[in-house]
Design a protein around this ligand. Structure first.
Ligand code: CDV
Length: 306
């Protein structure tokens, strides 16, 4: 008896700066309906899936920044996504900018949630690795001000029991850090969900621009194989406000093989029947942690370095 969950990678094409949330939500509902027709139990939407990727601009007024944030989830604008999810019985991962009130203090996070087939939020992850810069850097073709607009989350990639398995969440730049997959795997995670917005041009090292798609898959395939877990990486893709974002959203098996991949830079769904027991193919063998791992040989991994 296998533990198979049918997962959808629900890529979005670009979202314009003036595109209302209701439009992004309608586009995601269309993908949810397609996912239902393809027997998905849940789909993964991208990072910051309700608005354009606003950290590409420098804003001086806090109100202009906060306009891209959600004060509640669900809100009046996102409730239709939750309602349709519940009606269809198809859950989802959603990335969005979260304005949280913590003991009267306002916090800004780059957040992902996992919503189950009853429309309930069962996991909330706040991005740990915030890339980019704090100050306005006009020499860049576009800004990447995540370090200015967000605070880092405090999460240990702990899995939640959902959809018959153990599911961990991460966001975009997190996928480049090998530690996240290992931490999640040591905690028993079987599938890692990752939404992303990755420009094809990287201003500090443009000599690597032609490698963006390669690096995207390289890190996620390595994370999957070296930890014996499924990985689902989902892009917001295409030309967004003049900025080219990579696509190639994909589902990766615990062997590191890409088993489904988007072929466009627009709204697109690809699906795969993920047998969660296949994690054992790797974890019982070459990456049997308790048998072969030597944590005493890597003490610096848990040290804070400057
Ligand atoms: N949204 C992101 O986190 N983007 C980053 C930057 C560095 C391009 C990424 O790692 O893809």
């Amino acid at each position: 008896m296998t533990r198979t969950v049918t997962v959808g990678a629900a890529q979005l094409g670009p979202i314009a700066r003036d595109e209302p949330r209701s439009s992004a939500v309608a586009r995601m509902i269309a993908l949810l309906e397609e996912a239902k027709a393809k027997q998905c139990q849940f789909v993964v939407f991208p990072e910051l899936a309700l608005t354009t990727f606003f950290p590409r601009w420098y804003f001086e007024q806090q109100a202009d920044i906060d306009a891209f944030f959600e004060k509640e989830m669900p809100s009046a604008e996102t409730q239709p996504l939750f309602d349709r999810s519940r009606e269809l019985g198809v859950g989802f991962y959603l990335g969005f900018a979260e304005l949280a009130d913590e003991n009267g203090k306002v916090r800004h996070y780059n957040t992902a949630i996992l919503v189950d087939q009853n429309g309930e939020i069962v996991s909330r992850y706040r991005k740990v690795h915030l890339p980019g810069h704090v100050e306005h850097e006009p020499w860049r073709a576009f800004q990447h001000l995540e370090k200015r607009y967000f605070e880092p989350g405090v999460n240990h990639f702990e899995p939640v029991e959902a959809f018959g398995g153990r599911v961990s969440l991460a966001l975009c730049n997190d996928r480049r850090w090998p530690e996240i997959y290992r931490e999640a795997a040591l905690r028993g995670s079987e599938i890692m969900l990752i939404g992303y917005n990755t420009p094809a041009h990287y201003p500090p090292a443009p000599e690597h621009d032609h490698l963006q798609c390669f690096h995207n898959h390289l890190v996620m395939q390595a994370g999957a194989y070296q930890n014996g877990m499924w990985v689902v990486g989902v892009a917001k893709a295409g030309i967004e406000e003049g900025c080219s974002l990579i696509g190639q959203s994909c589902i990766i098996a615990p062997t590191g093989e890409i088993v489904a991949m988007c072929g466009t830079l627009g709204d697109e769904l690809v699906t795969y029947d993920c047998d969660l027991d296949r994690c054992r193919e790797i974890r019982d063998n070459v990456f049997n942690f308790s048998l072969h791992r030597r944590p005493d040989m890597y003490p610096l991994l848990s040290f804070v370095t400057k």
